[in-house]
Design a protein around this ligand. Structure first.
Ligand SMILES: [Zn+2]
Length: 233
């Protein structure tokens, strides 16, 4: 039987003894759609994106909304660099995180509830346990009190959330404004339970752990993370 778990910050503890201010060094621009107006998606991040190759085809250093035609043109140039398995939306974050950090961190660290980092030593432990997380070292300035490296975990948008009422998709820009349901359920036929951490593709601020990763977190009593089981339908 498949088991899926939402993974999120332990709000009580995680940000009380530390601070993390950072941003991925490149991002896909927002779009100005004639139907929808200006919008960006929140949640998707590909820290492993090779920014040198991206810079050769587009300027992604200054995030700003662009007209729909220009947006499609930019996407046409960067999608082949990123690869077909990494879908791009307006506002998708690219490249490693860069910024400042201070204080003591637990096993998990969070830039926000949809951007998760782990201590480097934990990443190695997970790898040894057969949990292949894609982790990219964040370029963090810890000032005078160094701390071990934190790695941003790349979670690809894969599994689809079950949506009670169909939500129309904008035929021009692809926007599909889905509201957060009272109870999150994911669609079993879209859930690959071999992936330790994935993102809900049609609600990209939610991260989903598989049973193996969830068991690893629970058995080791890892800190600054919460798991809640979700229904697979
Ligand atoms: Zn639109």
């Amino acid at each position: 039987m498949e088991h899926a778990f939402i993974i999120k910050p332990d709000d009580l503890n995680w940000a009380t003894q530390n601070s993390l201010e950072a941003a991925n060094i490149r991002s896909v621009p927002g779009v100005h759609c004639p139907n929808c107006g200006i919008w960006t998606n929140v949640g998707i991040s590909y820290p492993s994106a090779e920014t040198g190759s991206l810079d050769a085809v587009a300027d992604l250093k200054t995030p700003r909304p662009v007209p729909l035609d220009e947006f499609k043109n930019i996407l046409g140039r960067i999608q082949p660099v990123i690869g077909a398995n990494r879908p791009l939306k307006p506002g998708t974050e690219l490249g490693p995180l860069r910024g400042k950090a201070s204080g003591k961190f637990g096993d998990f660290a969070w830039l926000n509830p949809w951007t998760v980092l782990v201590r480097e030593s934990l990443w190695f432990d997970a790898h040894k346990a057969g949990i292949d997380l894609v982790g990219v070292p964040a370029e963090l300035d810890f000032g005078k009190k160094p701390f071990e490296s934190l790695l941003e975990i790349e979670a690809l948008p894969k599994v689809q959330m079950f949506v009670e009422q169909p939500v129309p998709i904008c035929e021009l820009c692809g926007r599909q404004p889905i509201k957060m349901p009272d109870r999150v359920k994911v669609i079993g036929s879209t859930f690959d339970d071999s992936i330790p951490l994935q993102r809900i593709a049609n609600f990209s601020t939610i991260l989903v752990a598989n049973e193996t990763f969830a068991r690893f977190i629970r058995e080791r009593e890892l800190t600054d993370v919460l798991l809640s089981p979700i229904e697979v339908v």
